[in-house]
Design a protein around this ligand. Structure first.
Ligand SMILES: CC(C)(COP(=O)(O)OP(=O)(O)OC[C@H]1O[C@@H](n2cnc3c(N)ncnc32)[C@H](O)[C@@H]1OP(=O)(O)O)[C@@H](O)C(=O)NCCC(=O)NCCS
Length: 269
């Protein structure tokens, strides 16, 4: 492993390190979530504004994974008033129908000739993760901490498609998210981190890797429910979710960044 196996700009890597450390402090408390970026709250309303603000100031970024639609405007305004940069993602949920769609995709769609699919694990050379990170960051997607991608921390899977020279041209992942005792997200896993090299887009790579990632979480960890966040207007991402039978929820994922530690005001796409 290089450094601590995390990638991104200096600010992004510092943020991932703080998130990982905070997970060690808070990870046993069912209110909190962690999937390899920063610690957040599983659910919340405007009453959690102070709590979310504190998590964002400590780490540089934090999110509430499930905010009822009626609470979004007040939370958004409260975060802005505290000089944080809010970002609302649509929440897309997948369950049995998504797993059925994933099975059909895996059955019917082979990877294009010349590409191979690899699962990242404890023995994967760091050069592969570095290639994944180059491609994902170039697509605006911040890779989860390597410890999660390698499946060393929680139930997780990360798949990459590599060309004949070993260059990563597409990636996707799924990882445990909420504490299993949380009554709402409970055993629902994060699914996403999808990115495809521009030269390979439209060749179903995200669909194939995303489908394999879900089936692997189901087979190996008994996880049957997934969610992802998509910024409204990200049409390709919405297309992948729709094809995999994810349904757009009325609830929202509300993230926020502290521009004093994350000057771009944004952690990832
Ligand atoms: C989103 C992304 C990963 C899709 O990768 P991809 O390998 O090109 O996607 P696929 O070829 O597997 O497409 C799967 C489905 O998504 C939809 N889709 C993909 N690109 C699309 C586009 N530009 N417009 C509309 N729909 C699109 C289609 O429905 C497609 O299925 P179909 O061809 O059977 O109709 C890629 O565009 C990307 O890297 N974007 C930048 C990073 C990003 O936004 N990641 C998601 C963060 S939430």
């Amino acid at each position: 492993m290089t450094q601590d196996d995390i990638y991104g700009s200096d600010e992004q890597r510092a943020l991932l390190r703080r998130g990982r450390a905070l997970f060690d402090i808070l990870g046993q408390d069912p209110r909190y979530t962690y999937y390899g970026r920063t610690v957040g709250l599983a659910t919340g309303t405007v009453r959690d504004l102070d709590h979310l603000t504190a998590l964002a100031r400590v780490q540089g970024n934090a999110a509430i994974a499930l905010v009822p639609e009626a609470e979004v405007a007040a939370l958004h305004d409260g975060l802005t008033a505290r000089n944080l940069v809010p970002i609302a993602y649509s929440r897309w949920d997948g369950g049995a129908a998504s797993l059925a769609a994933a099975k059909a995709i895996v059955r019917d769609l082979p990877l294009p000739a010349g590409l191979t699919m690899t699962r990242i694990d404890a023995d994967t050379p760091s050069t592969v993760l570095a290639s994944l990170a180059d491609m994902a960051l170039g697509s605006g997607v911040l890779p989860l901490a390597g410890e999660v991608l390698r499946g060393l921390l929680n139930p997780a899977v990360c798949l990459v498609a590599q060309d004949g020279e070993g260059k990563v041209v597409s990636c996707g992942a799924s990882a445990g998210f909420a504490h299993p005792d949380h009554p709402v997200p409970g055993r629902q896993a994060y699914w996403g981190m999808l990115a495809t090299d521009t030269a390979w887009r439209g060749r179903k790579l995200a669909l194939i890797l995303g489908a394999h990632a879900m089936l692997s979480m189901s087979r190996n960890h008994g996880i049957e429910a997934f969610f992802t966040g998509v910024e409204p207007g990200n049409t390709p991402s919405e297309g992948v979710c729709t094809r995999l039978m994810f349904a757009r929820s009325v609830a929202v994922i509300l993230g926020c960044a502290d521009p004093r530690s994350l000057r771009s005001g944004r952690m990832t796409k």
